[in-house]
Write a protein that binds this ligand. Structure first.
Ligand SMILES: CC(C)(COP(=O)(O)OP(=O)(O)OC[C@H]1O[C@@H](n2cnc3c(N)ncnc32)[C@H](O)[C@@H]1OP(=O)(O)O)[C@@H](O)C(=O)NCCC(=O)NCCS
Length: 170
C-alpha cells in the first residue's frame, strides 16, 4: 500500500532485521507500548518479531517503509468471543522520523486496510495518558475518544491512565 507522501506499508522481511534492531531498541518507544515490546530490543527479539508477523495471511502487522527502509511498524490484532468484530491497532515509528505526520498517514492507511480486509465493525487503540503524540495521531485520523480507564496502566513502576480511542465502519 502506497501513501501520498512516500510511505509504504508492506510485509516485514528478514532483511529488515538490522533496521528493526536499530530503531526498535529505544526506551522512548518501549515506554509507550505494552511490556510485550521489549527494551532492550535485541537481534533475537527482531528474529521473533519478523517470523511472527510474516507467518500470517492476511498480513496483520506491516513495516512502515520510507526510502527503502523499514522505519516503524503498524498492525491490527484480532479479538475473540463477543469482541470478534473489533481489532486493536498498535504502532510505533523510529524516533528520527517523529513529527512529520508519518504515523498519522500510516494509521489512516491501516484503518482503510482493516475495514477492507476483515468484516470488523470497530478499530480501537489504547494510548497511555502521558502519550499526547499518539492521542493526537488518533484524533487527526478521526478516532473518537471513547473514555479513560483511570489508573489502569502500570508501566516502569509508574501509574498511568489508558485513553481508549475508536473508529467505526460506518
Ligand atoms: C506516537 C508516534 C507513533 C507518533 O508518530 P509521528 O509520526 O511523530 O506522529 P505525527 O507526526 O503523525 O503526529 C504527532 C502529533 O503529535 C504532536 N506531538 C508530538 N509530541 C508531542 C508532545 N510531547 N506533546 C504534544 N503534542 C505532541 C505533533 O505535533 C503532532 O501533532 P500536529 O500534527 O497537530 O502537530 C511516535 O511518537 C512513536 O512511535 N512513539 C512511541 C510509540 C508509541 O507511542 N506508539 C503508540 C502507542 S498507542
Amino acid at each position: 500500500m502506497m501513501g501520498e507522501t512516500g510511505i509504504l506499508l508492506r510485509p516485514w522481511e528478514m532483511e529488515d532485521k538490522l533496521s528493526l534492531v536499530k530503531y526498535a531498541n529505544n526506551k522512548k518507544i518501549a515506554d509507550n507500548l505494552r511490556n510485550l515490546f521489549p527494551y532492550p530490543f535485541e537481534e533475537k527479539n527482531a528474529d521473533h518479531f519478523i517470523s511472527l508477523w510474516t507467518s500470517m495471511q492476511p498480513v496483520r502487522v506491516f513495516a512502515i517503509e520510507l526510502d527503502g527502509e523499514a522505519i516503524g511498524a503498524i498492525g491490527l490484532h484480532a479479538k475473540e468471543d463477543v469482541h470478534e468484530k473489533n481489532m486493536e491497532l498498535g504502532y510505533w515509528l523510529a524516533e528520527p522520523f517523529w513529527g512529520k505526520g508519518i504515523a498519522t498517514r500510516a494509521v489512516g492507511m491501516m484503518v482503510n486496510y482493516g475495514f477492507k480486509t476483515w468484516p470488523i465493525l470497530r478499530i480501537y487503540a489504547g494510548a497511555f495518558g502521558s502519550n499526547i503524540a499518539s492521542q493526537k495521531v488518533l484524533e487527526k485520523c478521526g478516532f473518537f475518544r471513547e473514555g479513560i480507564l483511570k489508573n489502569s496502566i502500570w508501566k516502569n513502576e509508574r501509574i498511568d491512565d489508558e485513553i481508549i480511542y475508536a473508529i467505526y465502519r460506518d
